[in-house]
Design a protein. Structure first.
Lengths: 248, 353
C-alpha cells in the first residue's frame, strides 16, 4: 500500500467524565477510500473534530502528510488540504450556489492582494462545472438556503471539491438524501477519488453504501476501536453485529 | 436604452440632484449635510452588522475618536492650548487656509487613529473568537467606556466638552461647505463598499455571516477578514466624525461624540430599515429615517422622542428584512435569483444529471 497520508495514534478525547475517544489508532493511505462506522454515540464525529482541529486532543498525536497537526487550528489545517464536511449541512444560506462555490476556492494566501481580489472567469467556470457534476447547475443562481436538505448536501460536497483538498473527511454524506440518488452520489464519490485523486475518509450509517464504497473499514464502539478490515469481513464480524444490536 | 446607459443615467441624475440640492433647498443645507453623514453611518454599520453579521453597538466609538482627533489637531495646530480651553474656543477667527489645513489633516489622522484602534480592539475581541450576543454586549461596553474616558480626560476638555473653532469667512456658506465634504465622503464610502462587495472580500464576509464554522472549516482567514472589515468601517466613520465635530461646533463626550443612544442606535436602525446586507438598503434607510426624524421634530415637537421610539419598534417588528430585503423576497428574479432552463453546462461535454 502507498504511504499513510493521515496517521492517528493513540488519540484520547474526554468531555468531562465522558470518554468520547479512547486510544484510537488508525491510518488512511493516500488515494484510498476508508470507511468509519459505529453505532450512534460511538465517537465517530468526535474523532473527525479532533482530526480537523476543532478541539484539542488529550493524548496521542495526529499527523497529516508527515506533519504533526494535533495542536493546529481549523483554518490552518484546512489550508493544508485536509477538509471535512458536516453531518448537519453547513452552507452559506443567504448566498447563491455559485457564490458558495466561488468563496470555496483554496485560501492559500492570506495577503491583502488575495483578500481584495476579484474572481477570474476560470473560477466561475470551475464552479459551474462542479455544480453540474453534482446536478445543481439549474439552481446555481438560487439562494443556497432555499435548496432542499439533500441538495444542500450535494452543494456542500461540491464546495469541498472546489477547495481542492488532498484528503476529504465526509460525515454521513448519504444521510437525508433520497435513496434513489444515493447510488448516483456513491458513483460521484468514487469518481472523485479515481479521477481527482482525493483521498476519502467517510463516516456512514448506510451499510450498503459504505460496503460498496470503502476498501477498508474501521468500526468504533463506545469510543474505542472495535475492529477493522475489508468490507466483507466487517459485514460478518460478530463483534460489529453485537455492537449495532446492543448485545454484550 | 440599454442597461449600461440606464446605469449611467441613474448615477448621473443622483449626482446632479446631489450637487444642486444645497442651492435648491438652501434653507436646509445643514440638514442635508447631516443626511450624508447618516448615509455614511448606515453604510459603515452595514459592512460589519449586515454584510458580516456582527451586530455592533460600538461603531460610534470610531466616530467619536475621529471627532476628537480632528478637533485636537485643529486646536493644537493654531492655538495655545491653555488659553483656548480657558476661553472655551472664543479666540480670533482662523484664516480659511488654516482652518482647512487643520480640518483636513485632522480628518486624515483621525481616520488613521481609528483604524489603529479598530485593529487593536478587533484583534482582542474578534480575533479571540467572540461572536453573536457576546460581541454585541462587548461593543456596547466599548461605547460606554469611551464616553466615560472622554468625560474624565482634561486634555480633551473632559465633561465640559470641546469647542471647535468658528467657521471662517471665505469658504462659502458653512452648511454648503460641509454638505459637499460629506457628500464626497458618502460617495467615496459607497464606491469603496460596492467595489469590496463585488469581489472575494464581500463573499468572505457574507460567508462569515451565514456560517462562520463552515468558513473556518473551508480555510478562510476569518479573523483577518473580520478585523479588516471593522477597520474599514472605522476609517470612514472617523472621517465623518471629524467633519461632524466642526459642523456642530461643540463636542460633548456622551451626547455628541460617543452618542450610543442616538447615533449609535440610529446607524443600526437605518441599515435595518433599508435592508441590511444590501448595498442600497442602508442608503435608502438613511434617507427615509432622516427625513422622518426631521418631520417629527418639526410637526410633533415635544413628542418627537415618543414618535421616534414608536418608529424604532415599528421598524424592528414590521420591517425586520428592511425595504430591500422585502423586495428581494417579493421579486427574487429581479435580483438574479432564478432557476436555469438548461440542466447541463455544455451539451458537448455530456454532463450527467
Amino acid at each position: 500500500m502507498s504511504y499513510q497520508q493521515l496517521e492517528v495514534r493513540s488519540v484520547c478525547k474526554r468531555f468531562g467524565g465522558v470518554v468520547a475517544n479512547n486510544n484510537i489508532t488508525l491510518s488512511v493511505p493516500q488515494g484510498s477510500i476508508i470507511g468509519l462506522i459505529g453505532p450512534n454515540g460511538s465517537g465517530k464525529t468526535t474523532l473527525f473534530n479532533s482530526i480537523v482541529g476543532y478541539h484539542p486532543i488529550d493524548k496521542g498525536y495526529i499527523r497529516f502528510e508527515g506533519r504533526e497537526i494535533s495542536s493546529m487550528r481549523v483554518p490552518k489545517i484546512a489550508r493544508m488540504g485536509l477538509l471535512r464536511t458536516f453531518q448537519q449541512t453547513h452552507i452559506y444560506g443567504k448566498m447563491t450556489c455559485v457564490q458558495n462555490m466561488q468563496i470555496s476556492v483554496p485560501h492559500t494566501s492570506g495577503g491583502f492582494r488575495a483578500m481584495f481580489s476579484k474572481y477570474p472567469p476560470e473560477v466561475t467556470d470551475k464552479a459551474e462545472s462542479l455544480l453540474e457534476f453534482v446536478g445543481l447547475y439549474m439552481k446555481r443562481h438560487l439562494m443556497a438556503g432555499d435548496l432542499s436538505f439533500g441538495q444542500q448536501k450535494l452543494l456542500e460536497f461540491a464546495m469541498a471539491l472546489m477547495n481542492e483538498p488532498k484528503l476529504l473527511l465526509l460525515d454521513e454524506p448519504t444521510a437525508g438524501i433520497n435513496p434513489t440518488l444515493i447510488n448516483g452520489l456513491i458513483e460521484r464519490l468514487k469518481r472523485t477519488n479515481a479521477d481527482l485523486g482525493i483521498t476519502l475518509f467517510v463516516i456512514e450509517h448506510n451499510m450498503r453504501a459504505i460496503m460498496n464504497l470503502a476498501e477498508h473499514i474501521y468500526c468504533l464502539a463506545h469510543g474505542e476501536l472495535l475492529t477493522s478490515g475489508p468490507p466483507d469481513q466487517i459485514q460478518n464480524d460478530q463483534q460489529v453485529i453485537d455492537a449495532y444490536l446492543g448485545a454484550k | 436604452m440599454n442597461t449600461t446607459g440606464r446605469k449611467y443615467a441613474f448615477y448621473g441624475s443622483i449626482l446632479i440632484a446631489s450637487l444642486i440640492a444645497p442651492w435648491a433647498l438652501s434653507a436646509y443645507q445643514t440638514q442635508l449635510a447631516f443626511l450624508w453623514v447618516m448615509v455614511v453611518f448606515a453604510l459603515t454599520w452595514d459592512l460589519v452588522g449586515g454584510q458580516m453579521g456582527y451586530t455592533s453597538f460600538g461603531n460610534v466609538v470610531f466616530f467619536g475618536i475621529g471627532m476628537y482627533v480632528t478637533a485636537i489637531i485643529q486646536r493644537n495646530m493654531h492655538f495655545d492650548i491653555e488659553e483656548y480651553v480657558h476661553v472655551a474656543g472664543a479666540v480670533e477667527t482662523l484664516k480659511p487656509s488654516e482652518y482647512l489645513a487643520g480640518l483636513l489633516s485632522g480628518m486624515g489622522l483621525g481616520g488613521i487613529v481609528a483604524v489603529v484602534i479598530a485593529a487593536i480592539l478587533g484583534a482582542l475581541i474578534l480575533g479571540m473568537g467572540m461572536r453573536g450576543q457576546y460581541f454585541g454586549i462587548c461593543t456596547l461596553g466599548l461605547t460606554v467606556a469611551a464616553g466615560e474616558l472622554a468625560s474624565g480626560w482634561e486634555y480633551i476638555g473632559a465633561g465640559s466638552g470641546l469647542v471647535t473653532p468658528v467657521f471662517p469667512d471665505g469658504l462659502g456658506e458653512r452648511g454648503a461647505f460641509f454638505y459637499y465634504i460629506f457628500f464626497l465622503l458618502a460617495g467615496v464610502t459607497f464606491i469603496t463598499l460596492k467595489w469590496l462587495y463585488s469581489g472575494r472580500f464581500g463573499l468572505a464576509i457574507n460567508a462569515i455571516r451565514d456560517d462562520e464554522d463552515k468558513a473556518e472549516a473551508m480555510g478562510i482567514h476569518t479573523s483577518k477578514y473580520k478585523i479588516v472589515a471593522w477597520c474599514i468601517s472605522a476609517f470612514f466613520l472617523a472621517i465623518a466624525g471629524g467633519g461632524m465635530g466642526h459642523l456642530i461646533g461643540f463636542i460633548d463626550p456622551t451626547e455628541v461624540a460617543f452618542a450610543g443612544a442616538t447615533f449609535g442606535v440610529w446607524m443600526i436602525l437605518m441599515a435595518i430599515l433599508g435592508g441590511k446586507g444590501t448595498l442600497w438598503g442602508p442608503v435608502i434607510g438613511a434617507i427615509i429615517f432622516h427625513i422622518t426624524q426631521e418631520l417629527f421634530w418639526t410637526y410633533l415637537f415635544g413628542w418627537q422622542r415618543v414618535a421616534m421610539g414608536a418608529l424604532i419598534i415599528g421598524i424592528v417588528v414590521f420591517f425586520p428584512l428592511g425595504i430591500m430585503g422585502w423586495m428581494r423576497e417579493r421579486w427574487p428574479e429581479r435580483f438574479g435569483y432564478r432557476v436555469e432552463k438548461n440542466s447541463v453546462l455544455n451539451a458537448s461535454k455530456g454532463g450527467q444529471v
